[in-house]
Write a protein of this length. Structure first.
Length: 230
């Protein structure tokens, strides 16, 4: 009887000694050794007025990504896009995920004024909200079109050709080539952007960005030549 009581006491004694010791060890493990939770941060910022021709102008804006997610080829990137490219992206994502209810883009305002700070910032915020919601969906995050939109300069035609295997380069090749051409995040090239920056009376926020009046994609291997409404 005494032996049975003795052996039943041993596991309890071991547990009472082991768990406090384990907690003490974990408490002193550096944070960098602990498993990291995946995150994807996105900013839409830095609106710039671009001249398409003598009569037409548009606004593009910078999309910055910072992530530790294994879904992304590059962990940091910045690319410039315009509104019509967002419209294309949403349509493409929807066609590839028919059962997913995609977030809405900011509506196109016929009276949009690219020199109106409020108009620009409202559209910037709407585009940023759209991307944040898209990046929270695992199914959408697996779409190669989304990654090329965010981390390459390919336009919509080239993106579609790339994901369908009609190009000599792969999705990963396109992203790596873009990364080699753009080794910055997200520092500003102040001298390079002064000429095209929107001149506001007050300083814009660090994540402040605007949107173009009537945008069509112009970044990539092929430049879009569709006229823009000013």
């Amino acid at each position: 009887m005494n032996n049975h009581a003795h052996f039943s006491f041993v596991p309890v004694l071991c547990a009472s000694l082991f768990f406090p010791a384990l907690l003490a060890i974990l408490k002193h493990i550096p944070l960098f050794m602990m498993p990291l939770q995946e995150f994807v941060s996105v900013w839409v910022r830095d609106p710039r007025i671009q001249k398409e021709d003598f009569w037409h102008s548009y606004i593009d804006y910078e999309i910055c990504i910072h992530t530790n997610s294994m879904c992304f080829t590059m962990k940091t990137s910045c690319v410039r896009r315009r509104y019509r490219e967002f419209v294309w992206l949403r349509q493409r994502l929807q066609s590839n995920a028919l059962l997913v209810q995609l977030p809405e883009l900011p509506s196109k305002n016929l009276f949009f004024n690219m020199n109106n700070r409020q108009h620009v910032d409202q559209r910037r915020q709407g585009l940023e909200d759209f991307l944040r919601k898209v990046l929270q969906n695992a199914l959408l995050l697996s779409d190669s079109c989304l990654h090329l939109f965010l981390q390459s300069h390919l336009n919509s035609e080239d993106i579609e050709a790339c994901v369908s295997g009609q190009t000599k380069y792969s999705v990963e090749d396109a992203i790596h080539k873009f990364a080699l051409m753009n080794r910055r995040f997200p520092e500003e090239d102040e001298e390079g952007k002064k000429e095209n920056d929107i001149d506001y009376d007050s300083e814009s926020s660090s994540s402040g960005l605007g949107h173009s009046s009537d945008d069509s994609s112009s970044h990539g291997c092929k430049m879009s030549t569709a006229p823009q409404e000013s």
